[in-house]
Design a protein around this ligand. Structure first.
Ligand code: NAD
Length: 267
């Protein structure tokens, strides 16, 4: 098994992508601590892993808070013994359109940066000394296609993800001498709550022809029109890429952000 004996923290472990990663990690022999603002959702993720014969633990935490992040790290050491892999897979969608830009409130801007970026800084800072000391570690950040591609309606979401890609590169360079690999995954489209209750709902206000469509119908149209491959991604696809980045197979890869987006981004 590719992650035999590894201990992993998976944030957003109650979300669609986080749970998918947890299932894939368990299949490859890792034990995980699933962290989520919604403790019940994290527990559900851990139960899914257990039902498939793996081992995972759950904890509720708001990762924008320093003391809660410290508690998560302590719980990980307590449950797993060591942290070999940190996957930052939490995040939030936009709560408003920002086009025209004057519409974007400072509160929404700040909250987006705090949840999608500052919390990743806090979580990463909490594990790096441990990884440096052990001269081993894999950090995987869930950025986004939106961090690569201009988005006139969601500049704050895009900026938070572009900054996360940049943060990934800087920490990759800092941690390289200690054999800690730091990479990002840029998913394109998964119909998770981020779309169902976030972007998709907002989109319905954007175009006249979308006003009577459901989030799902708008989402399907966007995927078809943007993705050369014509389809969206599954949590398992993201999970299998995370397995690669979390395993020794990727020992020479660091500072990268890998697009898994049906071919939207090609460069
Ligand atoms: N779904 C997509 O199309 C898509 C595309 C590109 C990138 N992403 C990114 O992938 C990641 C996972 O998204 P998803 O689709 O699984 O969404 P999701 O909503 O299913 O999961 C996100 C999880 O993060 C948790 N979370 C939010 N704020 C938190 C906080 N302060 N502390 C702890 N947990 C918190 C939520 O409770 C939720 O369970 C996000 O960073 C998202 O931006 C998603």
């Amino acid at each position: 098994m590719r992650l035999e004996g590894r201990g992993a923290i998976i944030t957003g472990g109650g979300g669609d992508i986080g749970r998918g990663i947890a299932r894939c990690f368990a299949k490859e022999g890792a034990r995980s601590l699933l962290v989520d603002l919604r403790e019940e959702a994290a527990k559900k993720g851990a139960e899914e892993v257990a039902a498939a014969g793996g081992e995972a633990f759950a904890i509720g935490a708001d990762l924008t808070k320093e003391d809660e992040v410290e508690k998560v790290f302590a719980e990980a050491i307590n449950r797993l013994g060591q942290v070999d892999i940190l996957v930052n897979a939490h995040g939030r969608a936009s709560r408003m359109f920002a086009n025209p830009l004057e519409r974007l409130t400072l509160e929404e801007w700040n909250d987006m940066m705090t949840v999608n970026l500052t919390s990743v800084f806090l979580m990463t800072r909490a594990v790096v000394a441990h990884m440096r000391e052990r001269k081993y570690g894999k950090i995987i950040n869930l950025a986004s296609l939106a961090g690569r591609r201009a988005n006139e309606n969601l500049p704050h979401y895009s900026a938070s993800k572009a900054a996360l890609i940049s943060f990934t590169q800087s920490i990759a360079k800092e941690m390289a001498p200690y054999d800690v690999n730091v990479n990002a995954i840029n998913p394109g489209f998964l119909f998770s709550p981020i779309w169902e209750f976030g972007h998709g709902v907002l989109m319905s206000t954007q175009k006249e022809e979308w006003k009577d469509l459901s989030s799902r119908e708008i989402y399907d149209q966007i995927v078809k029109s943007l993705a050369p491959l014509g389809h969206d991604q599954t949590p398992e696809e993201i999970g299998m890429l995370a397995v690669y980045l979390g395993s020794d197979e990727s020992r020479s890869m660091t500072g990268q952000s890998l697009s898994l987006d049906g071919g939207v981004w090609m460069l």
